[in-house]
Design a protein around this ligand. Structure first.
Ligand SMILES: [Fe+2]
Ligand SMILES: [Fe+2]
Length: 410
């Protein structure tokens, strides 16, 4: 049972919350009508999630979020408000892990809270959660991300409006066009406008490109560009391989979009380690390079958690789809995942291994470090080899010529 504290002075909303949450045995719910009452609850309850309205009497919702962030950093913080203009609220949004609109139905809100609850139940160690909570600054997602998310979450999202959001940000348009015309997507004709890019790739992939390019530049500012660039190139190669395997199996566009998104962000935890736990992470890399231990094993030994769970936890807090979070969490050890639908995870695990084989220049890398039980039981060695040859063909056709001509930076 997880404890949720709702802070709202609108009695109608309290009734709405009660109608959905109080009927479920999963939630232990408490309701506060102002900040002072919320602080009282926080002082004696072990709260897991706080959902607060921004506009409250006496003190507004930002004060309770600040208080929780400082005193109880482990509590997941959600804002729920009617306020339409997110732009003016960016600083406030950054106090929360997620920003929701009251225009959503209560069922949708329950689904979002449910995803956060499932995130806790994933095999993500308490240590990983504490590491993320202890970070000095969790990077805030860009304004464009919130606007894209709001559009995609509408009942009838429009690709035209998604294109307009990208076009309204010159830096973002340039980044997206540079990426889409790079080797990564292997698109035959040059793409010249953000709207074309949105139509070709889909809104979800554009959203993930916005996040990944923002995060890579955020971490590049803090850390040596070399290590960030290395993760970025690797992530793009994995995304390219994922796209090829999806095309090979003609998987549904929505699955492909989710898979590419997961691939672009699958090693986000490595960037977190680089920026916030630099010395220990360096030690973990050192151990794995001189022993037969995988990087994940060394990370768990030195840092107490691996980059897969730390990255997954952060994505979950930001409200990424549960399937994406799950695939990122288990990309090194898919057999630990209990979910029934494993296609996305299978493809990501394989693509990651094949990319490391190419980048480490060790032909047997994938065979050494793949999740053998999972590959035998779920994918099958024949299919694994088929996928590998699909990826090698893509690598030699698209990636190698681009490395030769552009120094692998595109
Ligand atoms: Fe990884
Ligand atoms: Fe990776």
């Amino acid at each position: 049972m997880h404890t949720v504290l709702f802070v709202d002075n609108d009695p109608q909303w309290i009734v709405r919350y009660q109608s959905v949450f109080s009927n479920s045995s999963q939630w232990d719910c408490f309701y506060a009508e102002d900040v002072l009452a919320a602080v009282d609850y926080l002082n004696y309850l072990d709260v897991d999630i706080i959902v607060t309205e921004l506009q409250l009497p006496l003190f507004d919702g930002t004060q309770i979020l600040e208080y929780v962030r400082k005193r109880y950093p482990r509590i997941i913080r959600l804002i729920l408000t009617d306020h339409e203009k997110i732009e003016g609220y960016l600083d406030i949004v950054r106090l929360a892990h997620q920003f929701l609109r009251k225009a959503h139905s209560v069922d949708r809100i329950e689904e979002i809270v449910q995803n956060l609850y499932r995130l806790h139940r994933l095999v993500i160690s308490r240590h990983a959660r504490d590491m993320v909570s202890s970070m000095d600054s969790i990077p805030a997602l860009p304004d464009a991300y919130y606007r894209l998310k709001a559009e995609i979450d509408r009942s009838e999202p429009s690709l035209r409006r998604v294109g307009a959001i990208v076009e309204s940000d010159v830096g973002l348009s340039t980044t997206i066009l540079k990426l889409i015309n790079s080797s990564f997507f292997a698109i035959a004709e040059p793409v010249t406008t953000p709207s074309q890019a949105v139509t070709l790739l889909g809104a979800e992939v554009i959203k993930s490109l916005v996040v990944s390019s923002h995060l890579f530049s955020h971490f590049a500012e803090k850390e040596t560009c070399d290590s960030v660039a290395e993760v970025m190139i690797h992530s793009k190669l994995v995304a390219g391989f994922v796209g090829e395997i999806c095309a090979y199996h003609k998987v549904r566009k929505s699955v492909r979009e989710t898979a590419v998104m997961a691939a672009l962000l699958h090693d986000l935890g490595r960037l977190v380690f680089e920026s916030s736990f630099h010395d220990k992470y360096g030690k973990a890399i050192g151990i794995s390079s001189v022993t037969s231990e995988s990087l994940s094993e060394s990370e768990r030994q030195v840092l107490g958690a691996d980059h897969a769970e730390v990255g997954a936890y952060l994505l979950g807090l930001w409200g990424f789809q549960y399937r994406t979070v799950e695939a990122v969490a288990f990309h090194h050890a898919p057999s630990k995942c209990v979910s029934a639908d494993n296609m996305l995870l299978s493809i990501l695990h394989a693509a990651d291994m094949f990319a490391l084989e190419r980048q480490e220049r060790r032909i047997n890398f994938g065979t050494e470090y793949m999740d053998r039980t999972y590959v035998d039981e779920t994918i099958g060695l024949d299919r694994w080899d088929e996928w590998r040859s699909v990826c090698i063909t893509y690598y030699e056709r698209v990636w190698v010529p681009s490395m030769d001509s552009q120094g692998a930076s595109e």
